[in-house]
Structure formats: C-alpha cells, structure tokens
Design a protein around this ligand. Structure first.
Ligand code: GUN
Length: 293
C-alpha cells in the first residue's frame, strides 16, 4: 500500500507556482490577486478561507478578504460581487460556501464573472469543462487529477466509482474521470443516497473516489484488493484527544481499508491541501489571461 501524501505534493506544487509567479512578474505581468468573500463566521469556512489567504502569501499573490455579515441581505453580497467583477485589480474571486439559508448559492455563483470564477462553479465554466473547452476546473476534482498525475497512477480503462453527486465534487469528478485524457478515460459509475447495491458496485471498482461527508462510510468489505481509494470527506467530529476538541475525519475506515489498497489518501493531509493548490493554479491562469481574454 502506498500513501498518497497530498500535503507533501501540495508543498512541492506551491514552490513551483512561486517560481512561475516570479517569471510572470519578470515578464511584465502584475502580481496575481485573489479576492475571497466570506459571509458570517462559520468556523469551518473561516479555517478554509484563512488557509487560502495564507497560501496566496506563500506563492507571492496578493489577496483580499471581504467579510459580509451573516444577517446581511442577499443583495448586499450580489453588489459586492458585481463591484469585484468590475475591479480590474482583481484576477480571481471566490465566495466561500455554504452561504446562510436566506441567500441563494446559485444566484451568487451566476453573478460571479465567469472570467474571474477561479472556483470553476459558474455554469459557463461547468459547461465548457463538460464539452472539453478550456475552463477553470473546480478545485477539488482538479487537485485529485493532479494526485493521479504526480503519483503516476494510470487510470485508462479502469472502473472508477464516485460516491456523491454534489456540484462541487461528485458531478465534475465524474465528467473529468470519463473524458478522453490521462488522468481520465475511465468507465465511471456515480453512486448517491438512492443507489441500490452500493457496496456491490464499490467491490467492482478499480478506483473509488468518496465525497459523501459520512465518516467511516467506506468499509473494508466494500473495497477490492489493489484498489485506489481517494477520500474527499472532511467531517469535523468531537475528540477528547486534541487540544481544539475536534478532529477531521474522512469517509473511509482508513485503518481497515488501507491494507487492501494499492494507493490511498489520508485525512487530513490527502485531498484537502490539493484543493488550495488548484485554486492558486486557477488564479495564476486568470492573472495571465490563459483561459479568457
Ligand atoms: N466550500 C467547500 N468547498 C469549497 C470550494 O472549493 N470553494 C468554495 N468557494 N467554497 C467551498
């Protein structure tokens, strides 16, 4: 069994991006600038956004954190997004999800200029990704592709089972793993909460990508000997063993599943750090006008 060390790989990629940022600036480009909008004070969102801002610093980007009150009207958020869309000093814009219930995520995502949508959530980017046109790829699936690439895991012709059908992970992952490319070229099955015989389907998988958000969901008897298991789940559960009082747990019963795998990602330190690297990659592309002009 080989552990896919996402944290180490992400540090390597950040160093590479830092070099490319210097080259971009030396060639007359401006410092890439990411704006991150956070609504309210959800502790998980605060942590994610803080990591994103820190990663920007590390690679030599500029970042702006825009805070909006939990109780603000949806219109206030839409107006801020519009302002950032029109601000030429900003290359990329993300609005951290989830939003409070009284705000429509769909409406906010559609408001973001697709040219600055470095999360790859705007319908224009999703549509372009599906038909194979250049687009910003959503951060988590993009990061997972990079893990396959850097770990030299061949995916062509394999059966890839994806657990979860979210817009952020499951759906785009299914598209990317089935496209005619490496990594990709898989036969993909997407499973969800209504799938019958989910465990049986998983047992036929060469690759399992789990994005359910249910700790311990993937058990050893669901995994074929030699399978590749990618754990996207990051659920905070209470723990009396950590100083903070909580710990991050994946979807996979790691202890029992890992011995059966050819490759597996840990949680934390697997997929999570790669997501941030993808966001940096997209922001650098935005600054260099590599996808849209
Ligand atoms: N919430 C969970 N994942 C993400 C992500 O990739 N981007 C944003 N903006 N919010 C998220």
């Amino acid at each position: 069994m080989k552990l896919i060390k996402g944290k180490e790989i992400s540090e390597l990629i950040k160093d590479e991006i830092a070099v490319r940022v210097k080259e971009h600036i030396n060639a007359g480009g401006k410092v890439p600038h990411l704006a991150a909008v956070i609504v309210g004070n959800d502790p998980a969102s605060e942590t994610y956004v803080a990591h994103k801002v820190k990663a920007c610093e590390k690679v030599g980007f500029r970042s702006s954190l825009i805070r909006i009150d939990e109780n603000a009207q949806e219109q206030e958020l839409l107006s801020r997004v519009e302002e950032i869309n029109n601000d030429d000093s900003i290359d990329g814009l993300i609005v951290q999800l989830p939003l409070p219930d009284h705000m429509s995520e769909d409406k906010v995502i559609e408001k973001i200029s697709h040219k600055k949508d470095v999360d790859g959530f705007h319908p224009v980017n999703v549509g372009r990704m599906v038909i194979g046109l250049p687009s910003y790829l959503p951060a988590t699936p993009f990061g997972i592709l990079e893990l396959f690439r850097r770990s030299e895991i061949k995916t062509k012709g394999k059966h890839c089972v994806i657990l979860g059908r979210s817009n952020i992970v499951g759906k785009p992952m299914a598209m990317l793993m089935s496209r005619k490319a490496e990594p990709g070229n898989c036969t993909v099955t997407m499973c969800h909460s209504s799938t019958e015989n989910l465990a049986g389907i998983c047992r036929t998988a060469d690759i399992i990508i789990s994005a359910m958000g249910t700790p311990g969901f993937v058990k050893a008897d669901m995994v074929k000997e030699g399978a590749v298991v990618i754990d996207v789940g990051i659920t905070r559960i209470k723990s009396d063993k950590t100083k903070s009082g909580w710990k991050l747990t994946g979807d996979v019963d790691f202890e029992n599943v890992a011995p059966k795998c050819s490759y597996i990602t840990p949680v934390p330190g697997g997929v999570g750090p790669m997501t941030i690297v993808s966001l940096l990659e997209n922001t650098l592309k935005a600054a260099g006008k590599k996808i849209y002009f």
